[in-house]
Design a protein around this ligand. Structure first.
Ligand code: GDP
Ligand code: MN
Length: 384
């Protein structure tokens, strides 16, 4: 269940009328300075990365002068998170913090409930708090997608000492989050910290949100999320555009399967034969020659590839189509033509005779049994 960036989460919160500090998303220290002048100092410089705990890792810094904005931005933009360079910063108006609360909710799919966690001791690492002081975290369960009103949360908040407008505001925020879980197809929504400022304002300072990608058809704008871009490698993005299921795995053998189940079995067999898959690439049932060619084009862009194994079972997919795609790719791409990246093919199923004929005419050996093909691909990778 993928996380989205703080800036994206905060845009969602704004849509539901939550109270947030003004902020501007930037990509350079110069833009950061301009943003800080627009917002007014002090500002907080916040790295937009997918993993949490940024405060502890030096990825969030308070800046009181334009010089500090530039310096902190340069520092943070030179850092890495999740194996990637930081590329985006959220420049946010600084808040005068009096108290930090914690609100988190998840969908409990076993009971079909939304589980809400609340604590007045936010800001800190909540896992630590849960371990050392579980009594300081309240748990509320309500039916997922069911009716709810802010007053339903008020007795819990009152028990923790919240009164007046603060109690009402926090209860409303919880209620909005519960609504968002359903309407926005979220699997996690967390605000840590939810801040009470010295002037008594309730401000959402952080947003940690996971979306259910299976519901992205209801939220087409999420395709363009920066988090979507950060999550995927160049090859994964390219594959997505061509409707191919592709995941980088980091081994040595490029694996192309027709059918995802067969792909998983192939990955296991590669391991049993002493190799390791460099990727998972499934062209899906019913793929034509063009799709197979695209799949090979994407796969060979990866410099670490040592050999390629194509494992195709023709059900609704016609193997003459698969073979035509393989030959087209071999003729088009230099590293396949020269044999720099050895290609091992195994075909079985619909139109296998025609498929093998097409490959043989082009000088490509085709296996019909799985094991010898996998053995050959592993051996070719070791030699390479
Ligand atoms: P996380 O560490 O990735 O969860 O990032 P947060 O957005 O939660 O920020 C971490 C901590 O930085 C917060 O708990 C605050 O204590 C502090 N912080 C964030 N924004 C501000 C701000 O506007 N003013 C001040 N004084 N502190 C802030
Ligand atoms: Mn946080």
């Amino acid at each position: 269940m993928p996380l989205i960036l703080e800036a994206e989460g905060k845009d969602l919160f704004r849509k539901y009328g939550m109270n947030l500090s003004e902020s501007i998303l930037v990509k350079s220290a110069e833009e950061a300075k301009e943003a800080s002048l627009k917002l007014g100092l002090p500002v907080v410089v916040k790295a937009q990365v997918l993993s949490g705990g940024r405060g502890k890792r030096g990825l969030i810094k308070l800046a009181k002068t334009p010089e500090e904005v530039i310096q902190h931005s340069i520092d943070i933009l030179s850092m890495q998170s999740d194996g990637r360079q930081v590329t985006h910063l959220l420049i946010e108006e600084g808040a005068d913090i009096a108290d930090e609360y914690f609100i988190s909710m998840v969908v409990d799919s076993a009971t079909l409930e939304t589980l809400i966690l609340f604590s007045i001791e936010g800001g800190v690492d909540i896992e630590t708090l849960a371990k050392e002081h579980p009594d300081k975290i309240d748990r509320i369960r309500i039916p997922y997608g069911g009716d709810h009103q802010p007053f339903m949360f008020m007795s819990t908040l009152a028990k923790r000492g919240l009164t007046g407008n603060i109690k009402i505001s926090v209860a409303k925020i919880i209620s909005i989050l519960v609504t968002m879980m359903k309407e926005e197809d979220l699997t996690l929504a967390e605000i840590n910290p939810l801040v009470i400022t010295k002037s008594g304002e309730v401000v959402v300072l952080d947003a940690r949100i996971m979306i259910d990608e299976n519901a992205n058809y209801r939220h087409p704008e999420r395709e363009d999320y920066l988090s979507e871009d950060l999550r995927n490698t160049e090859n994964e993005k390219d594959a997505k555009k061509h409707d191919l299921a592709y995941v980088d795995l980091g081994g040595e053998i490029g694996m192309l399967s027709v059918g995802a189940g067969l792909g998983m079995a192939t990955a296991d067999l590669i391991a049993i034969f002493g190799g390791s898959p460099r990727n998972f690439l499934d062209v899906g049932g019913g793929a034509g020659a063009d799709k197979v060619e695209q799949a090979l084009r994407i796969m060979i862009k990866d410099a670490g590839l040592k050999s390629i194994l194509i494992n195709a079972f023709g059900g609704i997919t016609k193997l003459d189509e698969v073979a035509t795609g393989i030959v087209a790719a071999r003729d088009k791409f230099e590293q396949l033509k020269t044999g720099e990246t050895p290609l091992v093919v195994r075909l079985m199923g619909t139109n296998v005779t025609e498929g093998i004929q097409i490959l043989e005419n082009a000088g490509i050996k085709a296996y019909t049994e799985m094991e010898p093909a996998i053995e050959a691909a592993v051996a070719a990778a070791k030699r390479n």
